[in-house]
Design a protein around this ligand. Structure first.
Ligand SMILES: Cc1ncc(C[n+]2csc(CCOP(=O)(O)OP(=O)(O)O)c2C)c(N)n1
Ligand SMILES: [Mg+2]
Length: 401
């Protein structure tokens, strides 16, 4: 007798074909369903949202519990100060105090949500767009703007503030973040790296290499794509045919999510979960936030040449600062007096920044050549000498005048 699960073969009474049809032995056993290899990796088909655009709450959801209201209130404070900082930095370009400034007005929920979601001991990897995020992280705004003033490559000490220098070469921070996060976990620390990245930069090789490395080596990185719909003048429709940038995770085995990037409550909820995922040893996580760049690419760009003003107006109705303010007022954790006090704090912050940015920094142009290589190349030595000679000639001619 065979094993108990094998059924007895009945006697042959008709044609072999009929037997084959009738015999339970020839019936294929039901194959167990193959587990979906993408389970848990794909983002939800709709961006996660916890507040309506007018600030009224949506029904609570189990997958993304609402963050504590104190954290949201603190987020509001930093968003208001951040917006004022951003306006001040734009004004400084007009006064000739900054060479260039890429504004992140309209992206406050992402800029602030990103840094609120991580610990001070975690590492942040920003791009040129993230000046507001860095000030929200508590870095001195004058130190943040040093790069854009053109004084020095980075005005703050990255190791002290656990924040990498702002990257202008697109997506390079994605590999830096993967390397740092892997190194930290290798040494037994539970540090998470948060890498900001733009929609356009997800087309860069470094984005894919960083995400792939982090996935294979389970490096605790949160890749946070701020999809602000433009890469300078290139709209998203010309950038990618992907259904959502969050889908770029699945090809590397990286779980991902998409979120309404102008909903501060949802941004913090989604990033909190993504950071927890990375910290718990499960590897990287990819978040795409749908937001909008309200200003031009930088002050040196004229966005009216490539986008419709009606589009910008439509996004004004989804303003993240007003949205959070409405919600917090309804929750009774913000009133007129608190709003006025925060606005006053923002004004004082901007005035202090203006004052300190008016001081002419002492910069030695030759320091540009320092720290590039441990041993300078012959070309650098030659270029340094050229600059030195030009500066000396300029000084001499000033003396003659
Ligand atoms: C490797 C590289 N290629 C091109 C550029 C020029 N560039 C600077 S910003 C930018 C657009 C980036 O758009 P996105 O990634 O969407 O970020 P956003 O500026 O919208 O924050 C480009 C093409 C660059 N800085 N680095
Ligand atoms: Mg963009």
């Amino acid at each position: 007798m065979g094993p108990p699960h094998v059924q007895e073969v009945p006697a042959v009474t008709t044609t072999p074909q009929a037997v084959r049809r009738a015999s339970p032995r020839t019936r294929r056993p039901a194959t167990p369903a193959t587990p979906d290899p993408t389970a848990g990796l794909l983002p939800r088909t709709e961006p996660v949202r916890l507040l309506n655009p007018d600030g009224t709450p949506l029904p609570p959801r189990d997958d993304y519990p609402e963050p504590p209201v104190e954290a949201l209130r603190e987020m509001y404070r930093r968003m208001v100060v951040g917006r004022r900082f951003d306006a001040q930095a734009t004004a400084l370009t007009k006064q000739g105090r900054l060479a260039v400034y890429p504004s992140s007005r309209g992206q406050e929920a992402c800029q602030v949500g990103g840094v609120v979601a991580v610990r001070d001991t975690d590492w942040v990897f920003p791009t040129y767009r993230e000046s507001m995020a860095l000030t929200a992280r508590g870095i001195d705004p004058v130190e943040v703007l040093t790069l854009l003033r053109g004084d020095w490559h980075c005005g703050y000490d990255p190791t002290r503030v656990h924040t990498a220098p702002q990257c202008t070469p697109l997506a390079t921070q994605c590999v830096h973040a993967a390397g740092l996060a892997y190194g930290e976990s290798y040494q037994g620390r539970d540090t998470v790296a948060l890498a900001f990245i733009g929609d356009g930069a997800t087309s860069e090789g470094d984005f894919h290499e960083g995400v792939n490395f982090a996935a294979v080596f389970k490096a605790p990185v949160v890749y946070f794509v701020q999809n602000n719909k433009y890469a300078i003048s290139v709209p998203l429709s010309r950038q990618t045919a992907a259904p959502s940038l969050a889908y770029k995770g699945v090809g590397y085995g990286v779980p991902s999510e998409q979120v309404d990037g102008n909903d501060p409550v949802a941004v913090l909820a989604v990033l909190t979960r993504a950071v927890e995922h990375a910290r718990s040893g499960k590897g990287p996580f990819l978040v795409e936030a749908h937001t909008y760049r309200m200003e031009a690419h930088t002050n040196a760009d004229d966005a009216s040449r490539y986008r419709d003003p009606d589009e910008v107006e439509a996004w004004r109705d989804r303003d993240p600062v007003a949205r959070l303010e409405t919600y917090l007022r309804a929750r009774d954790v913000l009133d007129d007096a608190a709003v006025a006090a925060i606005a006053e704090e923002a004004e004082a912050y901007a005035a202090d920044l203006r004052e300190r940015m008016n001081a002419q920094p002492a910069v030695d142009p030759l320091s540009l050549f320092d720290h590039v290589y441990a041993e300078p190349t012959p070309q650098l030595v030659e270029q340094r000498e050229q600059v030195r000679a030009e500066l000396a000639a300029a000084r001499d001619s000033e003396g003659d005048a």
